[in-house]
Write a protein that binds this ligand. Structure first.
Ligand SMILES: C[S@@+](CC[C@H](N)C(=O)[O-])C[C@H]1O[C@@H](n2cnc3c(N)ncnc32)[C@H](O)[C@@H]1O
Length: 196
């Protein structure tokens, strides 16, 4: 996947990486920042997404589309689309630009609005990346897990750097009999759940 990545995708990823580090350095207010995953988490997501069972691919929290593109590398291989949810207008605009400029629109569907309004209807989910406001993790987990296929993967970001805030949801996942789950110490810490 990484070896066949197009020049256009690399260029856009580099652009978003530089915007993200500028945001972090210059005191841009939190809600305006891109708050992207680091590249190693992107590679981890690509490999997991390429190995997930057949089904629907979801992402909750698009921001500028950086993590979406890492997951979409697996979608190219599989000939499928990822559906990604974003609530903020400014981020939606940037993400649209990302998918257009990197010629990835064939592999991405951007849904505008609160993911929680849509998740109940998303059946046969085989891969889901959860990276939204921490307050909605619990709802998103509860809405997604019942709709996942056997062997489906749910990955939640910030399981280590926001462990205290996410602890109730993380504890729930770790003791949930519907999934096998663990925290992977990569990037900001990924909670990885596999539907039994
Ligand atoms: C941490 S950023 C996502 C970063 C992105 N995954 C990446 O690595 O490039 C979180 C994003 O989730 C969006 N968001 C928060 N709550 C949401 C919700 N309920 N539904 C859809 N998007 C949401 C925010 O607007 C923000 O852009």
């Amino acid at each position: 996947m990484f070896h066949n990545i197009s020049e256009l995708v690399i260029r856009r990823m580099n652009y978003l990486e530089s915007l993200d580090s500028k945001d972090r350095a210059d005191g841009t207010p939190r809600m305006k920042r891109l708050r992207q995953i680091p590249p190693e988490t992107g590679k981890f997501l690509s490999i997991l997404a390429a190995s997930a069972p057949n089904g629907e691919f979801l992402e909750i929290g698009t921001s500028g589309g950086y993590s979406t593109m890492w997951i979409a590398l697996a979608c190219i291989e599989r000939g499928i689309k990822i559906k990604t949810f974003e609530i903020l207008e400014e981020k939606i605009k940037l993400a649209k630009e990302t998918f257009r400029k990197s010629k990835m629109t064939k592999y991405v569907e951007l849904v505008e609005g609160d993911a929680r309004d849509f998740l109940k209807e998303e059946k046969n989910v085989s891969f889901c990346f959860l990276d939204a406001e921490k307050e909605v993790y619990d709802d998103c987990y509860d809405l997604t897990i019942p709709n996942m296929v056997k062997g489906g993967l749910l990955v939640a970001d910030n399981a280590i750097n926001h462990y205290d805030t996410l602890k109730p949801m993380i504890d729930k996942a770790l003791s949930d009999e519907r999934v096998d789950a663990l925290i992977v110490p990569i990037g900001k810490g990924e909670l990885l759940c596999r539907k039994i």
